[in-house]
Design a protein around this ligand. Structure first.
Ligand code: SF4
Ligand code: SF4
Length: 379
């Protein structure tokens, strides 16, 4: 089948996609190798991508290795999700200037930019949908986020290899890209299966010299994606998890986790869905100009729990319990969904290797409840 919705092309022709996107005014951003990790950066040539590299990720450990193959998307992901492209780590909100009559306020919005993100993983597309809900769907849509989001064209890559830290299948976010991307690729050795997920994606496909897909290609792609799902560690019983976590508020396991947690904030920085931030004002010495800036913050810092003369989360135990319970329980009450997409970054980038799946299981088990993995029906 070859239509506006899907088709195949030789992997060696991926450059045509890049060229077409650039001709349409997009800055193309993809995974690149930098300082022993994979990070997002502007790419011009397919050779800018980490071809022939794979990542190994475990709790507290990340390594890249060469495979000697022509695999283009062998690396699953680096420390960054798509979050920085829509919710900037630091950005000016207002410029305030003293005038003869008082002061004037000038809102600062980011310049519009068309960005095509090539190589987003399904869990990150799901993370983007969660951020959309937080920043755009409430009573006060965020204009900074909206401006950045407007220019994004997302090309996802379905996963055919899971890391030991991945659990997207349990969270219902992968390894096949959910709705919300413009195009989804599946790399099948020297062929690339491409499927459109939006009208913008269909428009782009209509300008590419695609070959028809066949039943055999579709079956092979589904087989590899399903095998990736099968290979993952499960975190089961999602429906009853919120109640079970609320009930485990006084579990001893929180003390154990707190004795290992450094409150370094890494887990929240790399998480695609964490959205805590703070606002800072900086004035010039003469008091004429002030810039109000928003920057990422974390619920793991002492300062973040300080409200009106009291710290509501003075200990690391309070903060770890709040973070985990918010992600897997309170998020459902707040936004009608889980706050975790199962990307596993908080596991890899935790310097002491705390694994959120193990903590959930242990919190419930230590309270006399069965482990999540063994007795999903209890949850
Ligand atoms: S909590 Fe951990 S596994 Fe879940 S989305 Fe955040 S970083 Fe990924
Ligand atoms: S990354 Fe690990 S040590 Fe750092 S705050 Fe998160 S759980 Fe604690």
């Amino acid at each position: 089948m070859c239509s506006n919705d899907r088709g195949v092309f030789p992997s060696a022709d991926l450059q045509r996609v890049l060229d077409l996107l650039r001709a349409k005014g997009y800055r193309v951003i993809g995974p690149t190798l930098h300082d022993g990790a994979v990070v997002w950066d502007t790419i011009v040539r397919v050779s800018d991508l980490p071809i022939g590299w794979r990542d190994r990720q475990e709790p507290g450990r990340y390594r890249l290795e060469q495979t000697g193959t022509d695999e283009i998307f062998g690396v699953v992901h680096g420390p960054q999700s798509l979050k920085p492209f829509v919710f900037a780590p630091r950005e000016p909100l207002l410029h305030i200037e003293r005038t003869q009559k008082g002061f004037s306020v000038r809102p600062q919005l980011p310049a519009p930019e068309k960005i095509a993100l090539l190589g987003a993983r399904p869990c990150d597309v799901a993370g983007l949908a969660i951020q959309d809900q937080i920043f755009l769907k409430g009573s006060y849509p965020d204009p900074h986020y909206a401006r950045r989001r407007q220019g994004l064209f997302v090309i996802a890559v379905n996963c055919t290899r899971a890391l030991p830290t991945c659990f997207c299948r349990s969270m219902g976010t992968g390894p096949r890209a959910p709705t919300g991307c413009d195009l989804a690729l599946t790399e099948l050795d020297d062929l690339m299966l491409v499927e459109a997920g939006s009208q913008a994606g269909r428009d782009l496909l209509s300008e590419l010299p695609l070959q028809p897909t066949s039943e055999a290609i579709q079956v092979e792609a589904a087989k590899r994606i399903d095998a990736c799902a099968e290979s993952q560690t499960r975190l089961q019983g999602q429906a009853a998890l919120p109640r079970a976590l609320y009930d485990a508020h006084d579990s001893q396991r929180w003390d154990d986790a707190a004795s290992r947690c450094l409150a370094c904030t890494n887990c929240t920085m790399v998480c695609p869905t964490c959205f805590c931030h703070t606002v800072e004002d900086r004035s010039t010495l003469d008091g004429q100009h002030t810039e109000r800036t928003r920057r990422w913050d974390s619920c793991f810092t002492h300062e973040h729990g300080y409200i009106h003369g009291k710290n509501i989360r003075p200990t690391i135990k309070d903060r770890y319990r709040m973070w985990l319970t918010h992600k897997f329980a309170a998020w459902h009450d707040q936004f009608g969904m889980s706050g975790c997409v199962g990307c596993g970054r908080c596991i890899t980038w935790c310097p002491v290797g705390i694994d959120v799946r193990e903590e959930i299981s242990a919190v419930l088990t230590s309270d006399g409840q069965p482990s999540l993995a063994r007795s999903p029906e209890r949850l």
